[in-house]
Structures are given as structure tokens and as C-alpha cells.
Design a protein around this ligand. Sequence first.
Ligand code: ADP
Ligand code: MG
Length: 226
Amino acid sequence: MINPILVATDICKTYVDANQSVEILHSVNLSVDQGETIAIVGASGSGKSTLLHIISTLDTPTSGQVLFNGQSLLSLSSKQQAKFRNAELGFVYQFHHLLPEFNATENVAMPCLIAGMSKESSQKRAKALLDRVGLSHRLTHKPQQLSGGERQRVAIARAMVNKPKIIMADEPTGNLDKESSEEILGLIQDINKTDNTSFVIVTHDNELAKQMDKTFTLVSGKVVTL
Ligand SMILES: Nc1ncnc2c1ncn2[C@@H]1O[C@H](COP(=O)(O)OP(=O)(O)O)[C@@H](O)[C@H]1O
Ligand SMILES: [Mg+2]
């Protein structure tokens, strides 16, 4: 039996301001097995990003529990959570979030440097991953010198660099044309098969969602599994 690596239970998220409280997530349950690929879909504003942030320790639920390998993530200090994210998770966003003043190799190496690896080893690993995503000819290019698809491939290499258990992606193809989106899907599938990395992907892209093992649909703050 495969034990889930990440389990989120009874996740509720309510925003309260002076006049009203708005419940965004209502008792959401979600689990991720090692090597599993999951799509989170739903209308704009349905809470997809909020859910992704909560299971990644980037946001806190109003109530509920998030376990990683059986350990509560919510009971960690913010410093421990940052260390956890650096070691166990990779992140890919709609708008790459690469650092503009650093080249592709330096951007990919950054999470290794943060983890305490030497500059030489970090760069070596970064170059190997850029080669793997088909960018060995773009090692010293800065983000603005790359196409949208190339930037997203750099972002994927960066997400992989510390050998994460799960890559969390928020609309990774949301800003790409069809051809680049297909390349990104191919990469995701290759990484998943070769490294057994799990993926949790928030997406509006049906072509991407239907290739995932499981789809969670958010409707009125609740999850419907299709
Ligand atoms: N800091 C906040 N304060 C109040 N409401 C928020 C805040 N952040 C997000 N929301 C609301 O929560 C809802 C879900 O947002 P989000 O998770 O970004 O949706 P999605 O990613 O599905 O488009 C939206 O209606 C948004 O306006
Ligand atoms: Mg969103």
C-alpha cells in the first residue's frame, strides 16, 4: 500500500474584514501519494491558489490539518516551514518568478545555495538540470533574454534542483502558447516518471488537467473529485 506523502484534512479558510466574513474553503480534504499527479481546477476565485498555498505552508488555514510524512506542517515555526519548503517542495508559478538580475544557471542554483550547498556544486547541478529541460544553450541568458516557454523551463529546473518530493504549480501553462504548453506537459510527465516526483497543479488548461492521475474540482469552497 502506498502511504500518502501529504494529507490535508478539513481545511477551512475564512477571510474576515470589518463588515463580513467570507468562507473560501469549507472542509476540504486532499491527499497526495508519492509519484501521484493531481490537478486542482475550478472557476476563477474558487480558492485554488489559496488551497495550494495552504498545503505548501505559504498560507495558514482558519482550521484543519496538513501532514507531510505524518508530521504536522502547521506546528512548525516559520523558519522550519521555510526549510521544509526548500528541501521538500518545488514551486512553479504562472509568471515564472525568476530573479531578473540573475542568469538561468544562477536562478536554478539559488535553492541549493539557500540550502547551504557550495557555489560550485550548485552551479553544476543547475547546469545538468538546464540541460535536461533542453536549455544547455541558454545557461548565461537572463530571464528577459528568454522566451516565455524557455523561462518556464528554467522555472521547472529551479523547482527540481533540491530533488523535491512534490512540485506545486499554479497555472504553469497559463501564460504560454499551445506548443510551449505541450513542452511543459512533456517535461512534467518526464520528471514524474523518471524521478517519481509528485505534482499538484492548479490549472485552467484542460489538456494538462486530463493528463493528471486525479482531478480535484473546487465548487463553492468544497472539493468534488471527478
Ligand atoms: N487576503 C485576502 N483577503 C480577502 N479575500 C481574499 C484574500 N485572498 C484571496 N481572497 C479571496 O479568496 C477567493 C479565492 O482566491 P484564490 O485562492 O486566489 O482563487 P483562485 O486561485 O481559484 O482564482 C477570492 O474570492 C479572493 O478574492
Ligand atoms: Mg489562483
